[in-house]
Ligand binder design. Structure first.
Ligand code: IMP
Length: 428
């Protein structure tokens, strides 16, 4: 049985939620391995809407085990709120397992995230201010507090004391703000630890057992490959690895655990926050895409920057992740445009290139080289049930992607509903 990995192939918000939700229904185990509650998507079941930020999407499948892996950073307040939201609506959360090695987002991480952003002025990253970056900083600095510490009151007292004294130095001496109280934080967090203790375990054993037992394991990615700390548009990136390697380290599995990698690709491009975006249309075209695609953040509500599909980016992230399939999302949003543009190269300092440049400065100078194709205006593509029944121009759009990237587009999404998904291959 396969391990399927879901990767966002652009800057996040590609519509991963729909595919994850679809596959989670048939999965035996669903695992999150990076990021935190900077991610978010909404799952609709019947007339109920569930907002998921930290809990894996398999929570709505009563037969699935759900794992928050060691690579995730956890805000316990957010997680408990999410869990109680499920319980109030009769969703059983007892299948949840949280890694004892996952790091905890503390109040000082959120405060420092905001203070760092403010102090950068015009050079701010545009983070979600959820404390993600500062929490990962502490992990690497080796002063982080892990789930195993949070659920052990004595250990937690020691670790908090050590970490908070350093953080208060930063908050007071560097930013001139008031120190945070140890007592208040201890009392609040120890309560979170008590409530979460029953879920905490060494999840790498759980995930590896499922793989050894030939179970269907879904690796649920958050964000997108272009936000990867190493390969994304640094420094405008997140602090984790939303690439396939992030699953190995963040869930504790080996390279043979994943057989299928689905690159979730929006039919156009969006990004939130700052950073280079070669195909951005900061004009009426971008406004139209935003309005048609309802491109506003699920987690922050921020309007997303919009532009044309960039195949230089998709080919790059396909190489990094080894996509075996592409899921082309929101194709219906492009309906009605007379012409569509697809970026097939960049012009950089007078030279045409197809390999993504490494620096922000080069990306800012890069000019997109477009292939212009006819749009699909007449037919209604939202009701298409098969690839064959798509308008000719839409099929050509798909073929251009397949040929350029060298990966089959095996899923095409033509609307938000479950039945608006064209599958050209069976997965689970
Ligand atoms: P952080 O992850 O909050 O540190 O934010 C770093 C960058 O990643 C910012 O540009 C965010 O807007 C972006 N980002 C973080 N999470 C997501 C996501 O789930 N979708 C899209 N962008 C994200």
């Amino acid at each position: 049985m396969p391990g399927i990995a879901i990767i966002g192939s652009q800057w996040g918000d590609e519509g991963k939620g729909k595919i994850i939700d679809y596959l989670a229904k048939n999965s035996d185990l669903v695992v999150r391995a990076q990021g935190g509650n900077n991610a978010g998507h909404t799952v609709v079941v019947g007339d109920q809407k569930y907002a998921l930020h930290l809990v894996p999407s398999g929570i709505l499948n009563p037969d699935a085990i759900n794992v928050i892996g060691n690579g995730v950073v956890i805000d316990p307040q957010v997680l408990l709120k999410e869990l109680s939201g499920f319980e109030e609506r009769g969703v059983n959360t007892s299948s949840l397992k949280i890694s004892d090695k996952a790091h905890i987002i503390m109040p000082y991480h959120k405060i420092i995230d905001a203070l760092m952003e403010e102090s950068r002025g015009k050079e701010d990253i545009g983070t979600t201010k959820k404390g993600i970056g500062p929490c990962y900083m502490d992990k690497v600095e080796r002063i982080g507090i892990r789930m195993a510490d949070l659920v052990d009151e004595k250990m937690f007292a020691e670790k908090l004391n050590f970490a908070l004294s350093r953080k208060n130095d930063i908050i007071t001496k560097m930013y001139g703000k008031e120190a945070l109280s140890y007592e208040d934080m201890y009392k609040e967090y120890i309560e979170y630890g008590r409530k979460l203790k029953k879920y905490v375990t060494a999840t790498e054993f759980v995930v590896n057992k499922a793989i050894a037992d030939n179970k269907k394991v879904l690796f649920e990615g958050a964000q997108g490959a272009m936000l990867d700390t190493d390969f994304g548009t640094y420094p405008y990136v997140t602090s984790s690895h939303p690439t396939v390697g992030g699953f190995l380290v963040g869930a504790g599995v080996n390279a043979r655990a994943i057989d299928e990698v689905i690159g979730i690709t929006k039919a156009y491009t969006t990004r939130v926050g700052k950073g280079p975006f070669v195909t951005e249309e900061d004009n009426a075209t971008g406004d139209l895409i935003r309005q048609k695609g309802k491109e506003f953040g699920t987690t922050t509500g921020r309007p997303r920057r919009c532009g044309w599909l960039d195949l230089v980016v998709i080919k790059y992230t396909a190489m990094l992740n080894g996509y075996t399939s592409i899921a082309l999302m929101l194709l219906d949003v492009l309906e009605g445009f007379e012409e569509l543009k697809i970026c097939v190269a960049y012009s950089l300092d007078g030279k045409e290139i197809t390999e993504l440049p490494s620096t922000r400065e080069e990306l800012e100078r890069a000019i997109p080289v477009y292939k212009t194709v006819k749009g699909f205006t007449q037919e209604e593509i939202t009701e298409a049930k098969t690839y064959e029944s798509l308008p000719k121009e839409a099929k050509e759009y798909v073929q251009i992607i397949e040929e350029y990237v060298g990966v089959p587009v095996n899923i095409i999404s033509v609307g938000p509903r479950r039945d608006q998904t064209i599958l050209r291959k069976d997965f689970f």
